[in-house]
Design a protein around this ligand. Sequence first.
Ligand SMILES: [Zn+2]
Length: 234
Amino acid sequence: MSRPSTHPDDPHYVHRTGWLRAAVLGANDGIVSVSSLIIGVAAATPEAGSILVAGVAGLVAGAMSMAAGEFISVSSQADSEAADIRRERQALAEMPEHELEELAAIYEARGLSPATALTVARELSAKDALGAHVRDELGLAEHLAARPLQAALASGATFSSAAAIPLMAAWLAPSGAILPTVVAVSIITLGALGALGAKAGGAPLLRATLRVVGWGIFAMAVTAAIGSLFGVSV
Ligand SMILES: [Zn+2]
């Protein structure tokens, strides 16, 4: 039975952190890496076909590597969480008295009197000893549990859908205007993403938006410079 929230209309941001972080990261990466790739190739050659092929290859490669990277990193987090819980279960079986004292000490450190802390520890342990240790000693909460597949899918999906924006812009741009079109569309999209991420995460809007846009412009400028160097030398 979930605890009724005192402000159901304004949920805590912490409940959104898991998938939000992967989603914003994936989307930001999608726009910056694919738009930079397109701009770098467009700076080297005006040939629309090569630019689009590079864009599609960048989207697929990026989505796969994001999903794989997220799956691997969150899986190792899930592995260490599972190992900690296993160790907790074993400790509870082998030395329940010691574990009870340990739990009481945690509540005491949070401000309860020794007697109240021991009572709370006893009552919670009577109901669900492992749950109490996992939550209050290991600091693991169900809504923050590592979910590798969810994180990988969220990351891969947001990368691809975000990367599709500069790619569509390159495809629909008037011939000879691919570069400025992709730059403009990418900056606007990054601005919107920065604002969305700030809003959803409760962060200051302007600073978060400028941070996302600033890094995006920097990445596009560097790849455009390198691309144009290649264009001159090829
Ligand atoms: Zn313990």
